[in-house]
Design a protein around this ligand. Structure first.
Ligand SMILES: C[S@@+](CC[C@H](N)C(=O)[O-])C[C@H]1O[C@@H](n2cnc3c(N)ncnc32)[C@H](O)[C@@H]1O
Length: 284
């Protein structure tokens, strides 16, 4: 079933915490090669879709500013470049932190893809966080250099070709998955149940409901692959996942790659044997 043709694609368009892009080719190689439409209902940074380059796809996410970016990539990539260039110029013109804070304040006043695009690239550690209290983005300005508009434009050109088969929508995953028909494939990369409640806009998410949606897909002849970080410790809690018996046919451990392993070792955590693999559950 493994498709050796899928090559790694490591150039990122957005910085997105939890992105699977570095080992997306491994995930994609376990998807069936013969699907109709590819659905990715937790699209995030889009690394898996861009690696797979499906001919026909629906990419969706509940986070509207993010979806606006993907929609603009497909309908008006030049505008995406202009959004970035405009904010980059403002950022480099004087006090970077002040410029970043002004963009962030405008975003928090009225969340939009144009500001979010720049913020996700310039924020500290590339980790977009939202305050529970008011839902405002809270991440401070990063100290890393942000990429030039020219470099960003080259990335847009690369990504636009890779995502050309997809349309994008702002949807709850249940509405997206309900559109899948027999012969289609769904890849799910949900927010981590324990550790990601303040990321991605602090949406509430219940794994049990996702399992119900996967069960319904399977009954209609839709094949579903689910990424779960079931071997990872989150704080002191092991992610104990109540997987319905018989729902999945196979379980694959996907390597998270050398750099992730190194990072854990360097930060002195004892996660070497626990966190280097990501679970991929397949209904087929
Ligand atoms: C782990 S991330 C996906 C990362 C992605 N695979 C990548 O490589 O960048 C989870 C995503 O699920 C989205 N999300 C959270 N709750 C959702 C819901 N109810 N319906 C659809 N998307 C949701 C978040 O906005 C976030 O982008």
């Amino acid at each position: 079933m493994q498709d050796p043709q899928i090559a790694p694609f490591k150039t990122q368009l957005l910085k997105w915490v939890g992105t699977k892009q570095r080992f997306a080719h491994e995930i994609a190689s376990h998807l069936p090669p013969d699907f109709g439409t590819y659905f990715e209902p937790f699209l995030g940074g889009g690394g898996v879709m861009a690696t797979l380059q499906p001919k026909r796809a629906l990419g969706s996410d509940i986070f509207a500013p993010l979806v606006e970016i993907w929609q603009t990539l497909s309908t008006d990539p030049g505008l995406l470049v202009a959004w970035y260039a405009e904010r980059h110029a403002q950022f480099e013109a004087g006090d970077r932190t002040a410029a970043y804070e002004a963009i962030k304040a405008r975003y928090n006043q009225s969340p939009n893809g144009a500001d979010f695009l720049f913020l996700c690239r310039a924020c500290y550690g590339g980790v977009v966080r939202f305050r529970r209290r008011d839902g405002h983005m809270s991440t401070p300005c990063g100290s890393h250099p942000v990429i030039s508009p020219e470099k960003f434009a080259r990335r847009v050109a690369l990504w636009q070709v890779r995502m050309a088969g997809a349309r994008f929508a702002c949807l709850d995953y249940r509405h997206a998955m309900a559109q899948a028909r027999a012969g289609d494939v769904v890849y799910c990369d949900p927010p981590y149940a324990h550790s990601q409640s303040i990321l991605y806009g602090a949406q509430s998410f219940r794994l049990e409901e996702l399992f119900a949606a996967i069960t319904a897909c399977k009954a209609r002849g839709v094949r579903v692959a689910l990424s779960i970080d079931g071997t990872k410790k989150s704080g002191d809690v092991y992610c104990d996942i109540p997987i319905p018996p018989g729902l999945f046919e196979r379980e694959i451990f996907v390597n998270m790659g050398q750099s992730m392993l190194k990072r854990f070792q360097m930060s002195g955590q004892r996660m070497q044997s626990e966190a280097v693999r990501d679970r991929l559950l397949l209904t087929y």
